[in-house]
Ligand binder design. Structure first.
Ligand SMILES: CC(C)(COP(=O)(O)OP(=O)(O)OC[C@H]1O[C@@H](n2cnc3c(N)ncnc32)[C@H](O)[C@@H]1OP(=O)(O)O)[C@@H](O)C(=O)NCCC(=O)NCCS
Length: 324
């Protein structure tokens, strides 16, 4: 049975980077008070990229995918599976994956979205891995793409300072050489009330509250515990020990969560890839953006063992363990 190997990656961030100071000045115009000091101290975030009006998840996803394909040395026509993880799709339907497929000029292969909020990329990667392991695909594009700025309530300082926009993509290829060696996903819908955007369109109108709402402290606690449990489970499944891990690429929500997590797992902080200072929380895009950054700057190399982890609304969480 073939393994699924990551053979390429790519990123796309909207050009406009907004520093905490700029954001604080903008929010002050709405009488919303925040500061660089508060944001850095509580989260580690220093800036985020914000998309221009009209920039969609499919646009960012397509660009990230093109770069990942180039990196992998693969022509779009060789792709036989496209999965996009997003909670901010362009439309209710068609899926963002179908839009990306059309943008890339690919026809015929399965293309669909996965909705698991900030765990979306890990869910999508696990799904693509299952397609490849079972022989149903050989070359898969797996993308996390978000324009979270469109679902933020800019009058709510507890949430609007935390998120950013962007897309990250990887190309997975069937290979006799490992590869993804462990994957495990979880959800507990009973926690839906701590992180949600509960609006919808019905009878031609927006019904409910379309903006992201969050109980930050409840999410914080659940994130640390669920990610540490998941890390143990995926390592056990793969028969490796935590100290064999070369790099951790966790969902980029809050540097304090990552510090707690690495301490709890006994993984040295230098092994944790952190991009949230520059990107903030880009939901499903955060893990592939961080992975791509660390591949491109030479930290993550061929042969390294990488633990990727997602956690977010649903409540959802999970891990993928990959030999690069
Ligand atoms: C959101 C989070 C940063 C808040 O940090 P915290 O230390 O829990 O802060 P609290 O919510 O207790 O708020 C402390 C104070 O800061 C204030 N505050 C909240 N947001 C603020 C902001 N942007 N600027 C300034 N002050 C702010 C609060 O109003 C509160 O003031 P009060 O004590 O006068 O009521 C933190 O809980 C967190 O990161 N949680 C996890 C969130 C997450 O990762 N979500 C995504 C998961 S996918």
């Amino acid at each position: 049975m073939s393994y699924a190997r990551i053979i390429g990656s790519g990123s796309c961030l909207p050009p406009r980077a907004v520093s905490n100071d700029e954001l604080a000045a903008d929010l002050a115009k709405r009488d919303v008070e925040t500061s660089d000091e508060w944001i850095v101290e509580r989260t580690g975030i220093r800036q985020r990229h914000i998309a221009e009006a009209g920039t969609t998840s499919s646009k960012l996803a397509t660009e990230a995918a093109r770069i990942a394909l180039e990196d992998a040395g693969l022509a779009p026509q060789e792709v036989d599976l496209i999965i996009v993880a997003t909670s901010t799709p362009d439309y209710i339907f068609p899926s963002t994956a179908c839009l990306v497929q059309a943008n890339l000029g690919i026809k015929g292969c399965p293309a669909f979205d996965v909705q698991a909020v900030c765990s979306g990329f890990v869910y999508a990667l696990t799904t693509a891995n299952a397609f490849i392991r079972s022989g149903q695909a050989r070359n898969a594009l797996v993308i996390g793409a978000e324009v979270f700025s469109t679902i933020l309530d800019w009058n709510d300082r507890r949430t609007c300072v935390l998120f950013g926009d962007g897309a990250g993509a990887v190309v997975l290829k069937a290979s006799e050489q490992p590869g993804i060696i462990g994957a495990q996903l979880n959800a507990d819908g009973s926690h839906m009330g701590i992180l949600y955007a509960a609006g919808n369109v019905a009878s031609g109108q927006v019904v409910g509250d379309p903006f992201l709402r969050m109980d930050g402290q409840a999410v914080f606690k659940l994130a640390v515990n669920s990610l540490s449990q998941s890390a143990h489970q995926v390592c056990e499944q793969a028969g490796i020990s935590l100290d064999e891990i070369d790099w951790m690429v966790p969902h980029q929500a809050n540097v304090r969560i990552l510090n707690f997590l690495s301490r709890k797992l006994g993984i040295a902080p230098e092994k944790v890839i952190i991009t949230l200072d520059k990107h903030a929380n880009t939901s499903a895009a955060s893990v592939p953006l961080a992975l791509d950054a660390a591949r491109r700057d030479g930290r993550i190399k061929e042969g390294d063992l990488v633990l990727m982890q997602g956690v977010g609304g649903g409540f959802t969480w999970g891990s993928v363990l990959a030999r690069m």
